[in-house]
Ligand binder design. Structure first.
Ligand SMILES: Nc1ncnc2c1ncn2[C@@H]1O[C@H](COP(=O)(O)OP(=O)(O)OP(=O)(O)O)[C@@H](O)[C@H]1O
Ligand SMILES: [Mg+2]
Length: 264
């Protein structure tokens, strides 16, 4: 039985039209699935449905075969913006979810220190977010997500974890994440704009297209296990196919914007 299953899910925010339509996919325990798609197509919205920040969708979303509304919280969520509070030091930022759970202070501190050491940030406990580099902030944010995952949440939702980084730091962080994820016994969904990143990190890539967003393709990328594999003929071919799907979608979007603007 899959950990998560979307069946013909459709959704729109109260303020606007339909954002996603007819979305069906499932995620098995232990999988790492990437979601790619043009900006604004509805990727983060899928995470908002999984974390139940949004309800009132059509179709069904099931967790371990039960409606999501009946299951406890399953997801540890790393949002697109790091949401570190500027006035709190890194230790207190990472410990925040434990505070809301009213965990005793000693245990909170020990768990948060542990999570920081896992992401290579021991020694930065007292620093404020503004004193860290972009990569360090992303790692602190990941540490906070990791800690929530260790409280029993099976699914890690990572929304563009490296989008704010330059390409060298990004490459280092991807390698780092790959190691972390392989050492964790978790299921991961990763949103990214970067096809290489999706192919490298994930075993399967879901491509979202069109407005409202629906699934254009689900591609197996499990044969790409390291950066060198990105240059095999098979990987290059897959990358070309995915790039074409995304650029066809971008052309449609541009045309759509022009039509809307001309109509004004
Ligand atoms: N809370 C909200 N209320 C109303 N509309 C929203 C809300 N969040 C997102 N939207 C709209 O829903 C659409 C999809 O947004 P979403 O954030 O899911 O896109 P995305 O694919 O994650 O984009 P990006 O790659 O830029 O992060 C956009 O048109 C956006 O304006
Ligand atoms: Mg988004």
């Amino acid at each position: 039985m899959p950990l998560l299953e979307f069946n013909n899910v459709g959704f729109g925010y109260k303020t606007g039209g339909r954002i996603v339509d007819n979305i069906s996919f499932s995620v098995e325990k232990g999988e790492l699935v990437a979601i790619i798609g043009a900006s604004g197509c509805g990727k983060s919205t899928l995470f908002r449905l999984i974390t139940r920040l949004e309800a009132n969708y059509d179709g069904s979303i099931e967790v371990n075969g039960e409606p999501i509304e009946k299951s406890g919280a399953i997801a540890a969520f790393m949002p697109q913006k790091d949401l570190l509070l500027p006035w709190r030091n890194i230790l207190k930022n990472v410990a925040l979810p434990l505070e809301t759970l009213k965990m005793p202070k000693q245990e909170r501190i020990s768990r948060a220190k542990n999570a920081l050491s896992r992401v290579g940030l021991s020694g930065c406990e007292e620093k404020k977010p503004s004193e860290l580099s972009g990569g360090m902030r992303q790692r602190a944010s990941f540490a906070r997500t990791l800690m929530t995952a260790e409280l029993g949440r099976e699914l890690l939702l990572l929304d563009e974890p490296f989008s704010a980084l330059d390409s060298i730091t990004r490459t280092q962080m991807q390698d780092w994440l790959l190691k972390q994820v392989r050492s964790l016994d978790k299921t991961v969904m990763l949103i990214t704009h970067d096809i290489d990143e999706a192919l490298l990190l994930a075993g399967r890539v879901i491509v979202l297209c069109d407005k409202p967003a629906s699934i254009a393709r689900q591609a197996d990328s499990s044969m790409i296990k390291s950066r060198e594999h990105l240059f095999t003929p098979q990987a290059i071919q897959l990358k070309e196919e995915l790039t074409q799907l995304l650029s066809a979608d971008a052309v449609l979007r541009e045309a759509d914007t022009e039509v809307t603007e001309n109509a004004r």
